[in-house]
Design a protein around this ligand. Sequence first.
Ligand code: G3H
Ligand code: 13P
Ligand code: ZN
Length: 325
Amino acid sequence: MVTKIYEKLGLVNTREMFKKAMDGGYAIPAYNFNNMEQLQAIITACTESKSPVILQVSKGARSYANETLLYYMAQGAVEMSKQMGGKIPIALHLDHGDSFELCKSCIDMGFSSVMIDGSHLPYDENVSLTKKVVEYAHQFDVTVEGELGVLAGIEEHVVADKSTYTKPEEVIDFVKKTGVDSLAISIGTSHGAYKFKLKPGESVPPLRFDILAEVQKKLPGFPIVLHGASSVLPEYIDMINQYGGKMEGAVGVPEDQLRKAAKSSVCKINIDSDGRLVVTAIIRKVFAEKPAEFDPRKYLGPARTELVKMYKNKNENVVGSAGKA
Ligand code: G3H
Ligand code: 13P
Ligand code: ZN
């Protein structure tokens, strides 16, 4: 009988979520959070749109929020959703875990899913680190995400100028040797708000759906994860620039590309930057329009309201998870 630490918090792992997403042709949204308002917004949006959700926490977010507080925040999030009348599956996931020790600590403190990101390591080292995490995690029925291929942008505190796309010929061996439950692949997305450098008049290059198709052919029915999937919504970039910010040239993955990915074996779509942009845009607007305001509720509150709107739209019109809880 396995002890499932996360069950005490009312969380679930990602296994069942991904199975349903695979069969239903949609993806589970994985939304990053660092503070209370972001968490409230994610829970409100996903409960109201009846969407399963992965609450995603990076190493930096965990130390920012405090690991002990995070344990109770996760429990509180589940309770909040129930109080709202929701019965949505909620997972708590470590994003870009960079060591066995960090993954172990998260598992021991209630995470139901972890990512071990060995994508920058030589292949054999990635395999052995990932395998070690899987062996520990599975004792507690915690699911594990691995990664093959490197995304452009900042990943694991390493800045890569160019993507190293996932090599489809490696995926079977990696999954077999490590026992991972899902695999993040690199098909042209990247982290942050500047995903593509476009010349005037140029449009965003399409994602490498050919690589995704190859991976899918090699691993039929196996859950694939897309990182760096924010769309960097122009309305919030415009708002940021209008109210004193400076984010020219910020561009993300078009929503139609994500919708297409969600219908394939992509079962998890990671979104962090879009939430950050909403918060920044609204706070800038409030500060510009009401320079005398100094009550945090008066600017964090409107930011939270806007976040709910943005996340609901993702669930309903991008990842397709609304109504699937
Ligand atoms: O992929 C990285 C996530 O956006 C988390 O970023 O390490 O700044 O919290 P962070
Ligand atoms: P974005 O920067 O596109 O939101 O990507 C987030 C992510 O991949 C978190 O792991
Ligand atoms: Zn990521």
